[in-house]
Design a protein around this ligand. Sequence first.
Ligand SMILES: Nc1ncnc2c1ncn2[C@@H]1O[C@H](COP(=O)(O)OP(=O)(O)OP(=O)(O)O)[C@@H](O)[C@H]1O
Length: 247
Amino acid sequence: MIEIKNLSYGYDQSLVLDGINLSYDEKEFLAIIGPNGGGKSTLLKLMLGILTPKSGEILLFGKSPKDVCKFIGYVPQFIPINKAFPISVLEVVMMGRIDKKRFGFYSKNDKKEALKALEIVGISHLANRRIIMLSGGQRQRAYIARALCSDAKVLFLDEPTASIDTRGQIEIYELLSRLNKSGIGIVLVSHDINMAIHYATKVAYVARNLVMHDIDTKDNFLKHLKQEHSHFCDVELILKECSCKKS
Ligand SMILES: Nc1ncnc2c1ncn2[C@@H]1O[C@H](COP(=O)(O)OP(=O)(O)OP(=O)(O)O)[C@@H](O)[C@H]1O
């Protein structure tokens, strides 16, 4: 579903990503981890078609990302909220169907789909509340609902649990895991290695290059890190000596 071949990208002369290869299908819950400035968000933006590769190729569902945006739901890292604009949760979620509007109006079906998405993420009771009144975790659920109701086959999320408390983080990861099991692809950038390891089925470590790890079980992955990467710590994974296949 996502095929990346020999991808390189730099904002100026120097390369941020160099020779990246990745093969992903929607059955997987893929977490992209790595150090600050390693190129995680850049990789996500390339997969979304927001940026264009300097060299190499990215195919989503066999096509260029720009041609398949209707299958992609994106939850960005920062979503600015205009406090003076009293938009409701339901209205935010319906924005996911903006391309389906007819003559500038949402249909009954758009509203039905938005309510269904709110039901799935567990906050249908908050549909009429102003978005600024929600907690960080509830707001993040609303944005996931917005991405879902666009009929997305894969969700891309950039740091979905930043500034959410631990309980809220677990709930968001549980929700994403459930969505993944129901057939929706999940690709997320995370700094929280513990959460990523616990919920993801694949972990891509990105620091200019990409190293892919399969996670059959959390224990095996931690054992693997201990054996192969003696300087592993919670925040900075340094996998330069990694015996895993560098793709
Ligand atoms: N628009 C831009 N113009 C120039 N350089 C940029 C731009 N966006 C990112 N960079 C640089 O590209 C590199 C990779 O940035 P990116 O945001 O992809 O890293 P990241 O792994 O997501 O980092 P973090 O974990 O800190 O969010 C960094 O050195 C960053 O300064």
